[in-house]
Design a protein around this ligand. Structure first.
Ligand code: UDP
Ligand code: MG
Length: 320
């Protein structure tokens, strides 16, 4: 098959401030791409329902360079769906997913290609330092990856690695077979296996603009990560129930003891309140966790497409 050697996949959500500099960096990187890649590359921009000038800027790039391709979503489907769409359409022997804000420097891709040529199928980039990100983001991210790793038995998700990674074509084809709705892409890549390795880099600050991951999206992302790969929270609910039950039993026995052998003490209001509170909190928590998984089952049985492409540019005459 005559596909390109290297595909770059870049999700774009309201990055108009960055696109000119991004294009400049990508072009200079691609121009002196060595190790047999040469002219054989494509860049897939996935426009995830941007509402600023991003679409116009990308179109202008695609007109001038046919190897710059664009998938435009009908609305904002989120970072993970944008990555999914890029992987679905990338034709390269090696596919690299990277953020558009230049926090994932294109130059690191050279190191990834070296490891790929050595025979690795997945090369993820571990951020040894993160510049220009709030202490809150760094702290929650560090805690999250450690919690996630502790909850996963068999699958080893690398700590401190984002979605910046190279995947060989066999891995990309395997990823295409995973059509679940709640997508934690970095976990899914770890799950498929193959030969994986890491390169390290210092993550620079965002080139311009604000993060497109406000707290609400980050939280959603963390919950997806944990519930997609682990049923530990479900089991936790069970243990919580058992512990609450044990405490309630001891409390109950004590209440009976006091009533029988105490000096006419009426078992107190406090005891009842504590037991009621304990019991109902355990119940509520369990229901909440169950609800999270039941909601997921509902989402999956709907079998909706994962994203909707409104328009595509430079992909040739292919009709899907
Ligand atoms: N992004 C996206 N859809 C979204 C949010 C973000 O495609 O709903 C893209 C964004 O344009 C960027 C990448 O995902 O290329 C990572 O986002 P960002 O840099 O804002 O995240 P952070 O680095 O702050 O975690
Ligand atoms: Mg960023």
């Amino acid at each position: 098959m005559g596909g390109p050697t290297l595909s770059l996949v870049l999700p774009i959500f309201n990055e108009a401030e960055i696109i000119p500099e991004l294009a400049r960096r990508l072009k200079s990187f691609l121009a002196d791409l060595g190790s047999g890649v040469g002219e054989s590359w494509e860049v897939i921009f996935v426009n995830d329902g941007s509402t600023d000038e991003s679409a116009t800027l990308l179109q202008a790039l695609a007109v001038a360079e046919p190897r710059f391709k664009i998938l435009s979503f009908a609305r904002n489907f989120g970072h993970q769906m944008a990555i999914t769409a890029g992987l679905d359409r990338a034709e390269g022997d090696a596919v690299v997913v990277m953020d558009a804000d230049l926090q994932d420097p294109p130059e690191v891709v050279n190191e990834m290609l070296v490891r790929w040529r050595e025979g690795f199928d997945v090369v993820f980039a571990i951020r040894s330092k993160r510049h220009g990100e709030s202490w809150f983001k760094k702290l929650t991210a560090a805690a999250f990856y450690r919690l996630l790793r502790a909850m996963l038995g068999g699958v080893s998700i690398p700590a401190d690695a984002g979605d910046f990674r190279l995947m060989s074509r066999p891995v990309v084809l395997t990823m295409r077979a995973l059509r679940e709705q709640h997508r934690f892409v970095r976990g899914m890549v770890a799950w498929v296996g193959f030969r994986q390795t890491a390169v390290r880099y210092e993550r620079p600050a965002r080139f311009a603009g604000e993060t497109k991951y406000p707290f609400r999206k980050m939280l959603r992302f963390a919950i997806d990560g944990i519930t997609s790969f682990s049923t530990v929270p479900l089991r936790m609910a069970l243990w919580l129930g058992v512990v609450a039950g044990g405490v309630a039993l001891i409390g109950g026995l004590w209440a009976v003891y006091v009533k029988l052998f105490g000096e006419g003490v009426v078992p107190g209001w406090t005891t009842i309140m504590i037991l009621v509170a304990l019991g109902s909190s355990a119940q509520l928590m369990m229901t909440g966790i169950l609800g999270e998984y039941v909601g997921r089952i509902y989402e999956e049985v709907k079998r909706r497409p994962l994203y909707i492409v409104r328009e595509e540019t430079n992909f040739g005459d292919r009709r899907g």
